[in-house]
Structures are given as C-alpha cells and as structure tokens.
Ligand binder design. Structure first.
Ligand code: ADP
Length: 159
C-alpha cells in the first residue's frame, strides 16, 4: 500500500517523527507531504520545512518528501495512493480530522483516511506551541529534532 502523510510541518516536531517512524514500516511507500494552506502564515519557508523533514527522517528507506499548494487528495490520486494518514492527539483534534476525512472521501472515494493516535509521550506537542516557546526563548528539549532546535536558535537566540 502507498500512504500519504500530509501536514504543515511548521516545523516538524518529535510527535510527527514518532508517527512517521511507527507508520513507515506498515506501507510499501510513505509520502510525507507539505500541504500548503492559503489561510495560514508559516514561520518556516517550504524549503526549510522540507530540509527539516529530510534531516530528521534520513534513516527511513521507503520515505519520500513532497510539497503541494493544491489539494491533498489530488496529490494522493496522482501517486495512486491508497490511504491518507493523519494523527490525533486529543478529542480536540477529532472534529477537524473527521470533517477533513469526510470531505476527502467525497472528493476521492477510493482513498481512505487512517487515523493514528499520538504516543502519550508526545501528545501535548504541537508546532504552534513549539513556536510560541521558541519566541520566548524557552527550552525545546525533547520537543523537536536537533535540526529544528538549531534553526530556532539562529532565528531567536543568536539575534
Ligand atoms: P496541519 O496544519 O495539517 O494540522 P500539522 O503539521 O500541524 O499540520 O499536523 C500534521 C498531522 O500530524 C496532523 O494529523 C496532526 O494531528 C498530527 N500531529 C501533530 N502533532 C502531533 C503529535 N504531537 N503527535 C502525533 N501527531 C501529531
């Protein structure tokens, strides 16, 4: 099976890394997709986010990285993907993910959304909170991969 794991990854956190490690062995190919949304402002450029993904996940053999400004389902169809994987951290994620899954089902009936529950060790981590902590120069230990830590240091600490 071919899977697509879409997200903003602004930036990738250890929660994303954990999900990707857990699911990569379950599929023949795993395509991690930076899916750009028009109504979001990103802290890191697409290029930076792609580099973080590549540096953090270089140990996984069947992984591929992409970017789209279009619809995730269109990207998934272009690859003949079987599933879209999304993560759920808490009940608060549920409604959004259910709406998205139902809409994607409407747009692409053959593609299933698979939900993976966040590891309890990481289920409080979000890219939004990580950015907030970084802006206030708080500790990001155990929250993000090393390459992201370094990028935040350059952005906020060495300035
Ligand atoms: P989006 O803007 O599409 O929600 P994110 O990069 O925030 O993109 O998240 C991508 C996917 O990863 C989503 O399914 C989200 O629920 C999941 N995710 C985010 N943080 C974590 C985490 N700490 N543990 C597990 N899954 C997570």
């Amino acid at each position: 099976m071919i899977a697509v794991y879409p997200g903003s990854f602004d930036p990738i956190t250890l929660g994303h890394v954990d999900i990707i490690h857990r699911i990569s062995s379950k599929f023949k190919q795993l395509h991690v997709l930076i899916a750009e949304s028009t109504d979001k402002n990103y802290m890191f450029s697409t290029q930076e986010r792609l580099e973080f993904l590549q540096l953090s996940l270089s140990d996984i053999a069947n992984i591929h990285f992409h970017f789209t400004s279009g619809l995730t389902v269109d990207f998934a169809k272009s690859l003949n993907a079987d599933v879209i994987v999304r993560g759920i951290r808490a009940v608060s994620d549920f409604e959004y993910e259910m709406n998205m899954a139902n809409m994607n089902k409407k747009l692409a009936a053959d593609i299933e959304t698979m939900i993976v529950f966040a590891n309890p060790q990481y289920n409080f981590i979000s890219s939004r909170l990580v950015k907030e902590i970084a802006k206030h120069k708080g500790s990001l230990k155990d929250l993000v991969p090393d390459c992201v830590l370094k990028a935040f240091e350059v952005k906020f600490i060495h300035k």
